[in-house]
Design a protein around this ligand. Structure first.
Ligand SMILES: [Zn+2]
Length: 180
C-alpha cells in the first residue's frame, strides 16, 4: 500500500456531534394516554407505555432522539505509519504533545469529500441509534398488565373506603348517641 498523503499535506477529517431532540410519541400522539380494550369490552385509558421512562415518572408524550451535525476540519499531516492492512496518519503533531490521528479511509484532500463521507457515516449511525431508542418501548402486554393492576388497586381501594366509611358511620352514630 502506498500512502495517499505525504508529510506536509493538508487533509480534511469529518466528525459529528450529537444533539438531543424529542419527537412526538408515535403511540399516543403526544397525549400521554392510550385506550386499551379489555376482553370484556371494557375500554380503559392508561398511561402510554411507549413514552414512559419507567419508575414513578409519568409518560411524557415524547421520545428522545438524537440529531447529529457533521463537521470537517483541516489538519496537516505530520507523520505516516504504514502497516500491512492499514495506513494511519499523525495530524497536527507540532511538538506540543497535542495531536490527532486518522486512518487513510477517513482523510480527504478536500473539505467537500470529507463532508460527504462524514454525512454518510453520520446518517447510518443516527438511523441506528434512533431505531434503538424508538424500540425501547414497552409492549401492549405490559400495558394490559398495568391496566389490570390499577383496576385491582381501585377495587381494593374502594373496598377499603367502604370499610373505613362503615367504621366512621359507627363512630358517628355512637357520637350521636352520646350527644343525645
Ligand atoms: Zn406515548
Amino acid at each position: 500500500m502506498t500512502p495517499k498523503f505525504k508529510i506536509g499535506d493538508e487533509v480534511f477529517k469529518a466528525r459529528y456531534d450529537k444533539v438531543e431532540t424529542f419527537v412526538t410519541c408515535p403511540d399516543c400522539g403526544g397525549t400521554r394516554y392510550v385506550r386499551v380494550l379489555l376482553h370484556d369490552d371494557t375500554e380503559i385509558r392508561v398511561e402510554c407505555g411507549c413514552c414512559n421512562r419507567g419508575g414513578y415518572q409519568p409518560s411524557t408524550g415524547q421520545i428522545k432522539q438524537y440529531q447529529y451535525t457533521t463537521f470537517a476540519s483541516p489538519y496537516t499531516v505530520t507523520g505516516i505509519s504504514t502497516r500491512s492492512d492499514n495506513i494511519s496518519y499523525e495530524l497536527n503533531n507540532f511538538g506540543s504533545g497535542m495531536y490527532w490521528t486518522g486512518d487513510e479511509s477517513e482523510l480527504f484532500p478536500t473539505i467537500v469529500e470529507a463532508m460527504e463521507a462524514g454525512e454518510k457515516k453520520k446518517a447510518a449511525h443516527e438511523a441506528e441509534e434512533n431505531k434503538r431508542l424508538m424500540a425501547k418501548t414497552k409492549d401492549a402486554k405490559s400495558w394490559a398488565w398495568n391496566a389490570a393492576y390499577h383496576r385491582n388497586c381501585i377495587k381494593k381501594a374502594e373496598q377499603d373506603i367502604e370499610y373505613h366509611r362503615s367504621k366512621v358511620q359507627i363512630f358517628a352514630s355512637k357520637a350521636k348517641e352520646k350527644a343525645a
